[in-house]
Design a protein around this ligand. Structure first.
Ligand SMILES: C[S@@+](CC[C@H](N)C(=O)[O-])C[C@H]1O[C@@H](n2cnc3c(N)ncnc32)[C@H](O)[C@@H]1O
Length: 263
């Protein structure tokens, strides 16, 4: 079965199947718009070594691996040498998620993934110590601020220049939003895209009011010390007004030991 076919079935039935055939309701997954965004990035950037933190029922894994498989067919037809390898970190894949994520990949004949069943705080430093480098990192694991910052810290260490890091739940989960606002200040990274999202009128008005307020604060000395960063730069202004945000590593990270920017 093709991953796109399986994804269509899962989204239409709002359910997944365990390896023993039990049907479970779908939850905690990315949606089709976010999945298409991920797959488009994979097609545009053609990463060979990819890493994913947080697999659950394997929806993001299916989109990423679908993109990698399509690249493989295309590039090999053109005579290129492209052998993707997808690393997945999830401590609870075979327990809480009953192995569904991995089972979905196997159902689609995908054999170029490697599951690490450890929490990211243990798995990521191990990958770094092994000298692994990645072209693409997707973060959708434990969503506290410290944990997301830790995932981003290691993503930065593990990403090659020219590589891409994508974070999920940027709009809806405050600590993830905070972590990405901080990370976007890194001089070595630039925003490259976000999943499409339609805001309510109320939210659009909120963004417009804060952006107008931010303009007024330029007249005030020490504005950054006085005002909440959300009032000085709206999420829309920073391009983090979407559930999923992608950033490219455009240079080596050369921040000094005491580098800091308000976020
Ligand atoms: C929101 S779900 C991921 C959804 C998945 N990306 C998808 O689109 O279907 C979060 C995942 O993070 C995993 N997780 C929880 N704690 C973790 C940790 N410390 N390190 C890595 N992953 C963790 C959970 O087991 C769960 O699978």
């Amino acid at each position: 079965m093709q991953p796109s076919e399986l994804l269509q079935t899962i989204f239409s039935q709002k359910a997944v199947k365990t390896p023993t055939g039990e049907v479970l309701p779908l939850h905690s997954s990315i949606d089709p718009a976010e999945g298409s965004f991920l797959r488009t990035l994979i097609s545009q950037y053609q990463p060979e070594n990819t890493l994913e933190i947080g697999c659950a029922y394997g929806l993001s894994s299916l989109y990423i691996c679908d993109g990698l498989q399509k690249n493989k067919i295309k590039l090999q037809q053109e005579g290129g040498n492209y052998n993707p390898k997808h690393y997945i970190i999830d401590p609870y894949q075979k327990t809480q998620w009953q192995g569904v994520g991995i089972h979905q990949l196997q159902t689609c004949g995908i054999d170029f993934f490697h599951l690490i069943e450890k929490p990211s705080e243990l798995a990521l430093p191990e990958l770094l110590a092994q000298g692994k480098q990645f072209d693409f990192v997707f973060i959708d694991g434990w969503h506290t601020l410290d944990h997301t910052l830790l995932d981003l810290f290691y993503a930065n260490q593990l990403l090659k220049v020219g590589g891409v890091v994508v974070v999920d739940d940027v709009l809806t989960i405050k600590p993830v939003n905070k972590a990405v606002r901080y990370f976007l200040n890194y001089p070595a990274y630039q925003f490259i895209g976000k999943a499409p999202y339609k805001h309510s009128l109320k939210r659009q008005v909120y963004y417009t009011v804060t952006e107008f307020f931010a303009l007024l604060t330029y007249l005030i000395p020490l504005r950054k010390k006085i005002f909440n960063p959300y009032w000085l730069q709206s999420d829309r202004n920073l391009q983090v007004d979407s559930p999923m945000v992608a950033m490219e590593k455009i240079a080596t990270d050369q921040r000094s030991w005491n580098w800091y920017e308000e976020f």
